[in-house]
Write a protein that binds this ligand. Structure first.
Ligand SMILES: [Zn+2]
Length: 452
């Protein structure tokens, strides 16, 4: 426990608190789990100032410090969604098809609508509102090929002081002409967006080639050049999602050793590079992800919906060469905004892999694991002094069924299991971003309404 600074601008949250101090896949759960019943989390100037038992900390609070009391709830770090396409909200729940058919039939027509600025702004607003309702405080977001799809999202996220990573999709082949840029225009537009947004407040820019088949070698080369020129930016793309896709990549890039090697050859692996899916990787690819510090976004609801395959979490986290892994909703191929639903589906995928995933490990992936995957775990993803104050308050009795079920729970592990089995957006009682409450399930929040 640390002593709070004397500052009357503090606000404190009181309730049970759960966070992670490291990677439980690597260091073991016991060493990483930080659980405090009846804790006080003190926020000041957008950061966490102190954490400790309420009985010890509360008497030391500066006079007049407001305390938000959350009984029957769990205060956790805000969820981190490491892979999502906000332009695809209008095709959520469209019929599940194999990846390449799904892109052709649903994704490309939907993304063409983002030439219209009013539609773009409306979807950006809807996307961020739903994030708040689901306790998602950070995300790595694909926009469309249109630069204004990035502007619209970042404008609102900046007003919320949200730590958000996003980028304009680069795509110069194998897509409708209305959605294609060129190697040069994609480079120029991305460079302008980096200059406008990267590092503004809590925003980060991601260089975003959609996936290897939709970019020419010239465009991938330009993306690598752009990253070398702006090495503190992020890179996001897709990798090894579907067997037909992998065969296509082999045809398009016959000299590459495997799918990951395509990106490697263009200088697109390294810290702050995150690739969605990585379902069908060989041992060399896992090893190369580890060596280059490249991360994977595990998107179970999407993988099941499109029938892409079962992510091998055990292989990815193998102790001798662990890969950074976060969870992604992958909307619109993903089927839920809720990271609790996503955790639940990750558990089912793990079961089918005959390698059960503990609820605490799943929560790690949805919080600190996602932050670690984005190389942001020194700022977000856990509750500790100095961290940015992004928090989710999860109501353990959110529904009559949950309230009844929780009466028969005899361990934290079981409570988390019930939370991820029965929980969804109804569970998220409050969402705090940079020390400000931006979502209040029971009372609404005027500040949020004004910005959104
Ligand atoms: Zn995706």
């Amino acid at each position: 426990m640390t002593q709070p600074a004397s500052d009357s601008s503090c606000i404190a949250l009181r309730g049970d608190m759960l966070s992670f101090r490291g990677d439980p896949f690597v260091d073991g759960l016991e060493a990483c789990l930080h659980y405090q019943q009846d804790a006080l989390v003190l926020l000041r100037d957008g950061r966490i100032d102190a954490v400790g038992p309420a009985t010890e900390l509360q008497p030391q609070l500066p006079a007049g410090t407001p305390v938000e009391h959350y009984p029957h709830a769990l205060i956790t770090a805000g969820f981190v969604d490491t892979h999502v396409h906000y332009p695809q909200l209008p095709i959520l729940g469209a019929r599940g098809l194999p990846l390449l058919d799904w892109l052709e039939r649903y994704t490309f027509p939907a993304e063409q609508a983002y030439a219209d600025l009013d539609h773009t702004r409306a979807m950006a607003r809807l996307y961020l509102t739903e994030n708040l309702r689901n306790g998602i405080t950070s995300a790595a977001v694909f926009c469309t090929v249109h630069p204004q799809s990035v502007d619209a999202l970042f404008e609102i996220a900046q007003g919320l002081d949200m730590r958000l990573v996003a980028g304009k999709v680069l795509m110069d082949r194998h897509a409708p002409p209305a959605l294609c840029d060129t190697a040069q225009s994609g480079y120029d537009d991305s460079a302008a967006l980096i200059a406008r947004w990267h590092g503004q407040g809590r925003l980060g820019y991601a260089i975003t080639p959609r996936f290897a088949p939709s970019s020419t070698p010239e465009q991938l080369e330009a993306a690598g050049t752009l990253w070398r020129e702006h090495p503190d930016c992020f890179v996001q793309s897709h990798l090894s999602e579907n067997l037909a896709e992998i065969a296509w990549v082999r045809e398009l890039f016959p000299d590459a050793r495997d799918y990951l090697d395509v990106y490697d050859r263009f200088g697109l692996l390294g810290p702050r590079a995150i690739y969605a899916h990585g379902i069908h990787l060989c041992e060399r690819e896992y090893g190369r992800c580890h060596d280059s510090d490249t991360a994977l976004a595990h998107c179970p609801t999407s993988n099941l919906f499109l029938g892409s395959g079962l992510f091998d979490l055990t292989a990815a986290k193998r102790a001798e060469r662990p890969v950074r892994v976060g969870l992604g909703t992958d909307l619109g191929a993903g089927t839920s905004f809720s990271m609790l639903r996503t955790m639940d589906e990750a558990g089912k995928v793990a079961q089918l892999r005959d390698a059960p995933l503990s609820p605490a490990h799943a929560l790690y992936l949805a919080t600190r694991g996602g932050a670690h995957a984005l190389h942001l775990d020194d700022r977000i993803g856990s509750i500790a002094p100095g961290m940015e104050a992004d928090l989710a308050v999860l109501d353990l009795r959110a529904t009559p069924l949950m309230a009844a079920r929780m009466q028969h729970v005899d361990s934290l592990d079981e409570a988390l299991a019930v939370l991820m089995t029965l929980g969804d957006d109804r569970v998220v009682r409050a969402t705090w971003i940079a020390g400000v409450k931006r979502h209040d399930r029971d009372h609404g929040e005027p500040v949020t309404r004004r910005i959104l």
